[in-house]
Write a protein that binds this ligand. Structure first.
Ligand code: ADP
Length: 400
């Protein structure tokens, strides 16, 4: 039983082929620059050399066609035929309120995804295009949608409602949805396993800190609050996204800078965050290097980022009435030794702190809190693809 996991972005396709009999990764890869000059497929079969294939990739269908060709290639392929793929699991960013769990893709589900496009104009269209392309290229192979929003559907109304007139919610669906749900679910469950405790007894703050960044309060296995909102723009200061700002800033800046609605959207999503503050980069490695050389705005960007994360951790501890573990994941969370230390400095009042020696780790599961800490701190590399493959496998098994 082999599952192809597909994650379509606006100009990219990430994929993994997983053998579900042992959860082994058979191959993974990335199609980049779809529809842009210089498009390329990087295919990495397990235990073999990486292959880079440059070609004109005008659209997602061509991209997926190339992925299937690479997977079945006589030299660098890992399948003798496409027929070995039993099911396809798609990451879908926005499932709105309709999906609290992964689902088999049907025409009704496709319609519901279309209905969510207005709420996720950047993310859902490529997901829909990817599903349609797979349907055309592999007709009859079951496809499953796994939603970034699903894990957060357990949030109570008092956590997901904004202080707007109630009909903004009932008429227009304006509420907190939350994102990165697959990752928050995976790392919270893994943390419970590492603690050898039942997740139903644990209160965990999960910190997904990548280019996009969000925190979740996972109480007894369920998300009860999360920092991203109606869109992935809310909450933490991110690589290029502002996170929360006083909403009055938006019309103010629109007037001052003479910006349209689309332009202010770009300003907040692409030009803000640590990039906007530092003026140097959205990549924490670049910012930290510049800060070490004395760039004060870079140091300030790091301080603002760390402070916002720490503040959210505190608020989620209050929301859950306590905390048993804090877990770091994604690019920054898994790799940034300095940033984890900076975020956790000042949490000693909780009966915890980071052990600098244990914290000296990148991309590896590890407890990093001092021995005997009341609240455990962990690094857990996320594995959204595995969650997607597991959910797809479960739904496929119910069909056969
Ligand atoms: P996304 O999936 O949201 O694009 P990732 O989770 O891959 O993002 O995280 C990417 C970010 O992780 C990079 O922009 C970089 O800032 C950060 N990162 C990766 N490796 C390191 C490292 N060794 N030290 C500090 N930051 C790192």
């Amino acid at each position: 039983m082999k599952v192809l996991v597909v994650n379509c972005g606006s100009s990219s396709i990430k994929y993994q082929l997983i053998d579900m009999t042992n959860e082994n990764l058979l191959a993974k890869g990335l199609v980049e620059r779809i529809g842009i000059e210089g498009s390329v497929l990087t295919h990495q079969p397990a235990n073999k050399d990486k292959v880079v294939i440059k070609a004109d990739i005008d659209n997602h269908k061509t991209g997926i066609q190339m992925v299937l060709k690479a997977l079945t290639d006589i030299d660098h392929g890992v399948l003798s035929s496409m027929k070995e793929i039993s099911a396809i699991g798609h990451r879908v960013v926005h499932g709105g309120e309709k999906f609290a769990d992964s689902v088999l893709i049907t025409p009704e589900v496709m319609q519901a995804l279309q209905d969510c496009v207005e709420m996720a104009p950047l993310h859902n269209p490529p997901n829909i295009i990817g599903i349609n392309a797979c349907e055309e290229l592999m007709p009859g192979v079951p496809q499953v949608g796994v939603f970034d929003t699903a894990f957060h559907q357990t949030m109570p109304k008092h956590a997901f409602l904004y202080g707007l007139p109630y009909d903004a919610y009932t008429k227009y669906g304006v509420r907190r949805y939350g994102f990165h749900g697959t990752s928050h679910k995976y790392v919270s469950q893994r943390t419970a396993e590492l603690m050898k405790q039942d997740i139903n007894n644990l209160r965990i703050v999960t910190c997904h800190l990548g280019n996009g960044a969000s925190l979740a309060a996972v109480k007894f296995g369920k998300s009860i609050d999360t920092s991203m909102g109606f869109t992935p723009l809310e909450g933490l200061v991110m690589g290029t996204r502002s996170g929360e700002v006083d909403p009055a800033v938006i019309p103010y800046l629109m007037k001052k800078l003479d910006l349209t609605a689309d332009q202010i959207d770009t300003y907040l999503n692409k030009k803000s965050g640590v990039l906007g503050i530092s003026g140097v980069s959205s990549d924490f490695r670049d910012i930290e290097a510049a800060a070490t050389e004395g760039n004060e705005l870079c140091q300030l960007a790091l301080d603002v980022f760390a402070y916002r994360v720490r503040k959210f951790i505190g608020s989620y501890i209050a929301a859950m009435g306590g905390v048993d573990a804090i877990v770091f994941t994604a690019g920054v969370g898994e790799n940034d030794i300095y940033m984890r230390g900076s975020i956790c400095s000042g949490l000693e009042f909780l009966g915890t702190s980071i052990d600098p020696e244990k914290n000296n780790v990148r991309g590896k599961e590890q407890e990093i809190s001092v021995d005997g800490a009341k609240v455990k701190i962990f690094v857990v590399p996320t594995n959204e693809e595995l969650v997607i493959a597991r959910d797809t496998n479960k739904i496929y098994a119910s069909l056969v």
